[in-house]
Write a protein that binds this ligand. Sequence first.
Ligand code: GAR
Length: 190
Amino acid sequence: MHSLIIFASGAGSNANAILEYFKKNGKAKVALIVCNKAGAGVLKIAEREGIPTSLIDKTTFNGQVLIDEMRSYNPSLIVLAGFLWKIPDGMTRAFSGKIINIHPALLPKYGGKGMYGHNVHDAVIAAQEKESGITIHYVNEHYDEGNIIVQEKCSIKPNDTPDTLANKIHRLEHLYFPRVVGYLLDKIKD
Ligand code: GAR
């Protein structure tokens, strides 16, 4: 069976969607959840599911111990599901081609430093865009610039607000992210 490592910083609704999907489909298990925020919702989800967690700070995030811990799970993929720190170069090198991220907009628009979570939806609505969406992409050493795997779009109506857009985006994420992870795993031998 494939093993997955999830990185998340917040509520963890995407992490939850992924682990529920693989509980049913049985092809993978979430072996470790890495989080940089004490008290984050994702940690409660991990506790509920009995999944080991690693709570990191800037020092441990950049250290070899975390990489060794991750290696010990032999992950097929490392999934960034609402993780807000830039992955250090040492980690992208150690897990080259195995780290994927979800971004709540249609990259290359509305990406880069500071563009996460609600900031993205605020900017998209302020620019009066007619559509937004999600981007699932590989992670390289440049923030939000790795090769794109999939994009899915949603339309924006004149009465949409950053909050209603966030809901539309979450729906797309929960629908597509687990399936895309499954599709990538099918191409990897476990
Ligand atoms: C998601 O919308 C995800 O796309 C976004 O954070 C949210 C986390 O929600 N990620 C980024 O902005 C990364 N730049 P969740 O904690 O409920 O999964």
